[in-house]
Write a protein that binds this ligand. Structure first.
Ligand code: URA
Length: 231
């Protein structure tokens, strides 16, 4: 790869900015100052700027604690997009591996690796998602069984896949589903005549929302978390 392209990719710089950096004489490759963008670098080259090594960024995998009031899309005419919570370059390359409604809080995964996110969102892989749910009305005795059997949603041909309901209190439950239809959790409870008052996603597959994160904060996933998606 050309050195100027490397600087653009690694630093999120424009071609013009990369040329300026090179002209400043502060960029070196394997200890030798280079001023030409045409110099070739490989993944073994040590590229330094102001004596600090610049790493070529790999794919990004992010866990965000989405607060209420933010949408999971790049643009929205009304609400803030959750991307404003990230301090990242090349934001346009990032996408959500599964969305949450504007009023839902909790775990969202963000990446620029389409194959990885497909593994989470594709119905074929039935990735588990766990939600903590606050309900308007008390749960009935038959709820757990009805979730297990699958629930018929309005405007859907097939019933939902079996889901696991864990009753915490009469109006608070933990629900694990294996698909991600539009507004699925709210529609499942609506089909039983109840209403979701608040919804919080705790887990996607083996990735659990980090307790250290406050709403609006994010961190990069660990190697283990990234790999867990391929299991
Ligand atoms: N189900 C919903 O109804 N809303 C969400 O945000 C996520 C799952």
């Amino acid at each position: 790869m050309r050195l100027d392209k490397f600087l653009c990719d690694a630093l999120g710089a424009t071609r013009k900015e990369a040329t300026k950096l090179l002209k400043s004489g502060e960029v070196s490759v394997d200890g030798i100052v280079q001023k030409s963008g045409a110099v070739k670098v490989t993944d073994k080259s040590c590229v330094e700027w102001q004596d600090r090594e610049i790493a070529m960024p790999g794919p990004r995998y992010i866990m965000l604690y989405k607060p209420e009031g933010f949408v999971c899309s790049h643009e929205d005419g009304f609400n803030h997009t959750a991307f404003v919570l990230l301090d990242e370059v090349k934001m346009e390359e990032l996408h959500f591996a599964g969305r949450l409604d504007v009023d839902t809080t909790g775990l969202v995964l963000i990446t620029d690796d389409g194959k990885w996110s497909h593994r989470i969102t594709s119905p074929k892989h039935k990735c588990e998602k766990t939600y903590y749910v606050w309900l308007a009305d008390p749960v009935n005795d038959d709820y757990a069984e009805r979730f297990k059997q699958g629930i018929e949603l309005r405007n859907e041909r097939e019933a939902t896949l079996p889901a696991e309901l864990d009753i915490i209190t009469e109006k608070e439950v933990r629900l694990t589903i294996h698909e991600g239809k539009y507004h699925q959790v709210k529609r499942m409870f609506a089909a039983l005549g109840n209403k979701v008052e608040a919804l919080h996603r705790e887990r996607i597959g083996d990735i659990i929302l980090d307790e250290e994160l406050e709403p609006g904060e994010y961190r990069y996933l660990t190697e283990e978390e990234i790999a867990s998606v391929w299991k």
